[in-house]
Design a binder for this molecule. Structure first.
Ligand SMILES: [Zn+2]
Length: 157
């Protein structure tokens, strides 16, 4: 098995079934983050071969050489991760991934976007609308995103 520092280079994560909220936030920050609400142990073992396993379960973290988080809230968990890994230098990849399925977002086709998002959103964001080819969900900068950016900045990202 690759050691932690080797695996860090690619920064691909595998989150245990308790960490759905953290998965969402890592995807917001653009990190390749695998998450399911249920796993079989051999499945976790397989996936942890080329991903950094993050868990709140002490036994599992030992078994799969993962990173053990202590905090129960999202802010604390992000702080812990920031401390243990270098998550600070990549704000250029924020909002580049689907928060639901982890797929890399693509630039949305303008005609398609125009038909699918509210008119004011289209007018204000025409060239910045992105699209998940798997979920068929559209993403654009807006109030919601401003709040997320503020939260990440508050946490020193
Ligand atoms: Zn998606």
């Amino acid at each position: 098995m690759a050691n932690i520092s080797e695996r860090l280079r690619g920064m691909k994560f595998l989150l245990d079934s308790m960490l759905g909220r953290l998965a969402k936030w890592l995807r917001i920050m653009g990190y390749d983050t695998y998450y399911q609400s249920k796993y079989k142990l051999d499945e976790l073992y397989e996936l942890s071969q080329d991903r950094i396993f993050i868990t709140k379960n002490k036994a599992l973290s030992a078994k799969l050489k993962g990173i053990l988080l202590i905090s129960n809230n999202i802010e604390g968990q992000l702080k812990e991760l920031k401390q243990k890994l270098d998550l600070t230098q990549k704000s250029d990849i924020w909002f580049s991934r689907c928060i639901i399925c982890n797929t890399k977002l693509r630039k949305a086709n303008p005609h398609w976007a125009q038909e699918s998002v509210p008119e004011y959103v289209y007018i204000e964001n025409k060239n910045q609308i992105k699209f998940c080819p798997v979920c068929k969900k559209f993403y654009w900068p807006g109030t919601h995103r401003q709040n997320m950016i503020r939260k990440l900045k508050d946490l020193d990202f």
